[in-house]
Design a protein around this ligand. Sequence first.
Ligand code: FES
Length: 148
Amino acid sequence: MNNHPQQPSNRSEDRQNLLLLLKDAQRRSGYLSDQLMRELAESVGVTCSEIYGVGTFYSFLSTRPQGRNIIRACKSLPCCLKDSHLVISSIEGAIGIRAGEITPDGRFSFELVNCIGACDSAPAILVNNDLYTELTPRKISQILKEYD
Ligand code: FES
């Protein structure tokens, strides 16, 4: 008979702790490099694939370097039905890069993401933690002027 029953593993709690750890690491380092994720995996005793799985699942975590300001444009259906493609084109024109890139001066990175929770006011984008809704292409350059 086993006198030392194993504690049941709480995968949800483990995953939540990994998420907090990765958010903190990204805040300190700017993004989650391969080396950083290997070091974190070793320090908390999980596999690199577990760390990588969490690090690539959430759109607010990045495994690539980011600009000083991160523009996240919603690409989900309700925004698409409200012409988000025009807003996305306007952003690309205003900063001279396409989604997935960083401006040469490091001022902006631009990403397309799934719903950001503002479907009732589509189309919507986030710039860092600031939400902008009911966008039109004409509003974009004025918004982006606010970010150095
Ligand atoms: S679908 Fe765009 S904010 Fe929800």
